[in-house]
Ligand binder design. Structure first.
Ligand SMILES: Cc1ncc(C[n+]2csc(CCOP(=O)(O)OP(=O)(O)O)c2C)c(N)n1
Ligand SMILES: [Mg+2]
Length: 780
């Protein structure tokens, strides 16, 4: 690789900055004004938000970033990202032409839908930012244990952050967690354009932002004034100009940016005319150059940006506050309403002319630039960012044993069984036990991860003994921290849990090391981190969420802790396969399947909804067919006689009530069946897939029944179903649609409350009497 003289590099980067600005604006314009519109919907895009990051992203991608770095791009700067990848040759013109259209470049960078090597998906503001922090923890986790190939240098996890994004609380939750874990190699570049979606951001907030970062051990680098303004400040009375800008409220500055040279002149004359030096500056500049001077913020000054990035050394997390202008270089720069604003056709024509782009040359990579194409091409090809080829890594799957250990207790809850299965795995020296990593938001002990953590230890950069143990204070928990530890203990922020799981669950693709992450939390608090969970699944991260306890079965803890609609989340969430086993042998089968599914190309993440209710365990050895049925979503606990007219279908902790009800019903209806479902999610998805297959008008039509159809097949055509779970009844009521059978669904629709199980099951109609009663209603 030839090294360019700094001045040459600066010249080429400035040229490319123009091109990036142009291409991002044109991509959005093309989608809205050139491409035919079939439905009358505004296509949208964010030309102003792109413009404010054009300089920073040009500097980063074409010069500063290295192959091992990973970047989360502010969602609405997606066109800038795609433009850069287009210049690199990683993105096609066709996909840019189809920006925001089917098969085109995505509105917001997407790991799964874009083809140009997106490191982290973004879209829901704040989450991508935190993702870089938790990825940095994963990078260290993998490095300190030498789980990767050992050849990968340590990269910087970079987030390009909108200033209003900092209103999202999850960012601060992450910051505290990062501080606790001594997070390293993290760069957050704040695009401080002082604007959000609706308007101008609050001045008071930003006065404190730098201090907040410093408080948690970050270095703060402020890129405030560009080289032109710095030079002006050095002139006589220049200090007054600096003071004036420093004191200028965000809204006034933005408005003046929009008004341009005449506006600046009027304001400066009004406020600073008494200083001869200022009068001279005003005389020396015409309106256009005065505007250029007054908007010469460091975030748009290529040299200042390079100096800032290249001036930091070491791995201390660093926050760059880059002063920028929303819409810099575009007609609506600074206007408070520009967030979703699009250039009009006339404005675009003027902008295009200014960029030196001829009609028909809009997609030409170097049109309108003064540097020679060959020189620019050579510069792009030499960019360190691409030195190692494709960014996405892969890692072989972890070999699994034929079966996981099955605790043989006569009575057990699924939560207890989970703890015992993990404890038994922890006792083994196996590939599986090495690759599992657990994490929990301060509910490690109460979700039964304690035994696993006792054996495998907490993870930390440096060793720390358990003080209680050293002082010989008796405790069941050994809380020893080492770089070899396999549990990442988090504070009580469920957003952090899910983003940590997202990062751990992408380790094979980000850092070349396969991990099998397991996160535990209380089932109701999935809702607290739901957007982060969705975000993790959207990126196709692979992990196992174990949510326990769940439902009103949690009894005395009361309504605030009793989850109701989580089974519907399990069914509705793409990328997440959910199970709710009743028995521990089922759980062992499901966990093994989960570890396998988490590693399959077409697999996904897994959600286990468990309970603290201790149930009698069936004395049985599961046959291969029973195991397959458990994985497929359900089986007959008491098979119906062929043609039976009644079946009870139960899931999870209420299974004993269903068993009791079934015994009573079977006295009147010989041959009535009792099915135990483990996954309405799996059954429902496979049923719909089978229906879709049959609907095809061409090609092979697959008529083989889906698992739920097979399950229900022994019943008579108009058999009645009673379904019951400790959760929203909708999770199972759809079963009636499979064969058009009348169904009475039982479950929880209202908030729970404190009580014991008999009282609550009676109150919420989950007890055996309620099930028998439902059967009576079903046959009416
Ligand atoms: C969680 C979430 N809420 C709301 C939005 C809608 N939204 C998109 S961008 C934006 C404002 C962003 O302002 P800022 O971060 O300062 O970015 P800028 O465009 O100014 O660079 C909002 C509210 C979103 N994408 N995600
Ligand atoms: Mg902003």
């Amino acid at each position: 690789m030839t090294t360019l003289a700094p001045i040459q590099r600066l010249r080429l980067l400035r040229e490319l900055e123009r091109k990036v600005l142009w291409l991002s604006a044109w991509t959005v314009h093309h989608a809205n004004h050139v491409r035919p519109n079939r439905d009358g919907l505004k296509v949208g895009g964010h030309q102003a938000s792109c413009a404010s990051l054009a300089t920073v992203m040009t500097a980063l991608y074409f010069s500063v970033l290295r192959p091992e770095d990973r970047v989360a791009v502010k969602p609405h700067a997606s066109p800038v990202f795609h433009a850069i990848q287009y210049l690199f040759g990683h993105q096609t013109r066709e996909k840019l032409e189809r920006f925001r259209g089917l098969g085109g470049a995505q509105s917001y960078p997407s790991r799964t839908k874009d083809v140009d090597d997106v490191d982290f998906s973004t879209g829901s503001v704040g989450l991508g930012v935190a993702m870089t922090l938790f990825s940095s923890i994963v990078q260290d986790y993998v490095r300190l244990k030498a789980l990767g190939d050992g050849k990968r240098p340590t990269g910087r996890m970079v987030a390009l952050v909108g200033d209003a994004e900092l209103d999202e609380g999850n960012i601060f939750e992450a910051l505290l967690e990062g501080w606790k874990h001594d997070v390293r190699n993290l760069w957050w570049v704040i695009d401080y354009n002082r604007q959000s979606l609706d308007g101008v951001v609050n001045d008071r907030l930003f006065g404190r932002i730098g201090e907040m970062f410093e408080l948690v051990g970050w270095r703060v680098v402020t890129l405030k004034y560009g080289k032109l303004l710095e030079a002006a400040f050095g002139q006589p009375d220049g200090e007054h100009l600096r003071q004036w800008i420093d004191d200028c409220p965000n809204s006034l500055y933005s408005a003046l940016v929009y008004k341009g040279g005449a506006g600046w002149r009027e304001a400066l004359t009004r406020d600073l005319n008494q200083y001869p030096g200022i009068r001279r500056i005003l005389e020396q500049h015409d309106d256009a150059s005065l505007h250029r001077l007054m908007t010469n913020l460091a975030g748009h000054d290529m040299q200042a940006v390079l100096d800032a990035f290249e001036g930091v050394e070491g791995d201390q997390p660093t926050c760059f506050i880059a002063y920028t202008i929303k819409g810099q270089g575009l007609p609506f720069a600074g206007h408070k309403d520009n967030h979703s604003g699009l250039m009009t056709v006339d404005q675009m024509a003027g902008f295009k002319k200014g960029m030196g782009v001829e009609d028909g040359q809009e997609w030409e990579k170097f049109a309108g630039l003064s540097a020679a194409p060959a020189e620019l091409q050579a510069f792009l090809e030499a960019a360190p960012f691409n030195a190692a080829g494709r960014r996405r890594t892969d890692a072989p799957a972890v070999a699994l044993p034929a079966a996981l250990p099955r605790p043989g207790d006569r009575k057990s809850s699924t939560q207890e069984g989970f703890g015992k299965i993990l404890n038994a795995i922890a006792a083994e020296d196996s590939e599986l036990s090495r690759r599992i990593v657990t994490t929990s938001p301060d509910v490690t002990v109460s979700t039964n991860l304690g035994a696993w953590v006792n054996r495998r230890g907490l993870w930390a950069h440096t060793e720390a003994e358990d003080v209680f143990r050293e002082l010989k204070v008796v405790s069941a928990q050994l809380w020893r921290k080492t770089p070899g530890g396999q549990h990442v203990e988090l504070g009580i922020a469920e957003n952090n849990l899910f983003i940590q799981l997202a990062a751990l669950g992408l380790s094979h693709q980000l850092f070349g090391a396969r991990l099998l992450p397991i996160g535990t939390l209380y089932d109701p608090f999935i809702a607290r981190g739901l957007d982060a969970l969705n975000y993790a699944c959207y990126q196709d991260a692979r992990f196992m969420v174990v949510a326990t306890p769940s439902g009103v079965t949690l009894a005395p803890e009361g309504g605030a802790h009793q989850s109701i609609h989580t089974p519907l989340i399990g069914i509705g969430q793409p990328g997440l396969l959910s199970y709710e086993p009743a028995h521990v042998d089922e759980l062992a089968v499901i966990m093994r399947h989960g570890f396998e599914y988490m590693q399959q190309d077409k697999g996904g993440s897994v959600y286990l909804r468990l309970s603290t209710r201790s149930l009698p365990q069936p004395e049985r050895t599961l046959s291969p067919q029973q195991e397959a049925d458990i994985v497929a979503g359900g089986y007959w606990y008491a098979p119906p006689e062929p043609g039976a007219d009644i079946a009870i279908v139960a899931m999870g902790a209420v299974t004993p009530e269903a068993i009791a009800a079934h015994e009573s019903v079977a006295r009147d209806f010989a041959g009535a069946g009792l099915a135990v479902l483990t996954s309405p999610d799996r059954l429902h998805a496979d049923w719909l897939a089978a229906l879709r297959n049959r609907g095809r008008t061409t090609g092979l039509i697959d008529r083989s029944p889906s698992p739920v159809e097979r399950l229900l097949a022994p019943l008579s055509r108009d058999a009645r179903l009673v379904t019951v779970l400790d959760g929203h009844p909708l999770a199972l009521s759809w079963l009636g649609a499979v064969r058009g059978q009348r169904t009475v669904p039982l479950g929880i629709e209202a908030f729970g409350q404190s009580g014991d199980i008999p009282d609550l099951y009676r109150t919420y109609k989950l007890d055996a009497a309620a099930i028998v009663d439902a059967v009576a209603r079903a046959i009416q």
